[in-house]
Design a protein around this ligand. Structure first.
Ligand SMILES: NC(=O)c1ccc[n+]([C@@H]2O[C@H](COP(=O)([O-])OP(=O)(O)OC[C@H]3O[C@@H](n4cnc5c(N)ncnc54)[C@H](O)[C@@H]3O)[C@@H](O)[C@H]2O)c1
Length: 302
């Protein structure tokens, strides 16, 4: 039976991989993306999906269909620039996500799958207060976890709010942005490598990240839609690497600079295995192998 599936942020990095995998898995499904193109790109469009342009706060108007599943990724998604972009962060993440949750209630959507941020766990849980991005993402987790209970006290108490919350750790892989304010580290380093430039590392460079392959994140979200229930699906490559190690695996040289380094360590986060044990999720590609492969395909001119 064909389903209608909505992916918010479908023109973004991870969202485009979810759409790609959904279409491969079941070509009969109708896949709709809702994206405001704040950071999305038409280059990320996947054929056979339908793309609507707009903000999630207008979801009710822009999506007249009743989707069976909503994958919610359409939010402001970067840490360091979120200080300067604070108004957009609250508009896109807080106002937008409230509208998405309300939409699920009104349309009796069978499952909401949310792309949460693992920053919530870092620095013994203090990181959720460290920047506007992490703050809004962690608040949205609280909203989703409590909304079902509130629904019972609203005028439509029969609605069962089914959801699954997945936590992403730094995504890498095809369609990642290497340039501009919202670029991400691995694509930026690939760009620097190709331009034969030094790798700029925010001091101290010992900060670690659990880089996780974008296709694996997408797969985790799809499994969570099928079998997940509630909070706690951490989608992480359990091995964390420092930014220095990442730069070195490209072959260096490194240029250190003052900049916002983010949390010091994400390797010490509580590694929950719900995704692996309940969903049967696993990672397929390690970041160091991905970089080695990239370097082998693009030998530097001596
Ligand atoms: N990439 C990561 O490492 C990472 C880590 C933790 C959590 N996440 C979360 O995963 C999701 C996807 O991240 P990504 O790296 O693919 O980011 P991305 O910026 O590439 O994708 C997000 C997409 O959502 C769109 N968007 C933003 N706000 C919107 C709104 N209010 N209405 C409609 N569209 C909107 C953007 O234009 C973009 O296309 C985000 O919610 C992000 O917070 C990502």
């Amino acid at each position: 039976m064909s389903r209608t599936i909505l992916v918010t942020g479908g023109a973004g990095h991870v969202g485009s991989h979810i759409i790609e995998q959904l279409i491969q898995k079941n070509p009969e499904d109708k896949i709709i993306s809702l994206d405001n193109y704040f950071n999305g790109s038409k280059n990320n469009h996947i054929s056979r999906a339908e793309y609507r342009e707009g903000h999630t706060k207008d979801i009710d108007k822009l999506i007249p269909e009743t989707p069976d599943i909503v994958f919610h990724l359409g939010e402001y998604a970067r840490i360091a620039p979120s200080f300067d972009d604070i108004e957009q962060v609250f508009d896109m993440n807080t106002i937008g996500t409230f509208a998405v949750v309300e939409f699920c209630k009104k349309r009796k959507v069978s499952k909401l799958v949310y792309a949460a941020s693992s920053t919530k766990f870092a620095t013994n849980g203090e990181e959720r207060f460290a920047n506007p991005y992490s703050f809004t993402k962690a608040n949205n987790v609280d909203l989703i976890n409590n909304y079902g209970k509130w629904c019972k006290k609203m005028s439509n108490p029969d609605f069962e709010f089914n959801y699954a919350i997945c936590y992403f750790y730094n995504a890498f892989g095809p369609r990642e942005k290497g340039e501009g304010k919202y670029s991400t580290l691995i694509a930026k380093f690939q760009q620097l490598y190709l331009e034969n430039k030094s790798f700029t590392v925010n001091k101290p460079g010992t900060q670690k990240r659990n880089f996780t392959y974008v296709g694996d994140l997408a797969q985790g979200m799809i499994l969570a839609a099928e079998k997940g229930n509630g909070d706690g699906y951490t989608l992480n490559n359990t091995k964390a690497y420092s930014i220095i190690e990442i730069a070195q695996s490209f072959g260096g040289p490194i240029e250190y600079k003052d900049g916002y380094p983010g949390r010091q360590d994400s390797g010490d986060t509580p590694i929950q295995d719900k995704a692996r044990t309940e969903l049967g999720w696993k990672t397929t590609i390690d970041i160091i192998d991905y970089i080695k492969d990239f370097v082998a395909k693009h030998p530097r001119q001596k």
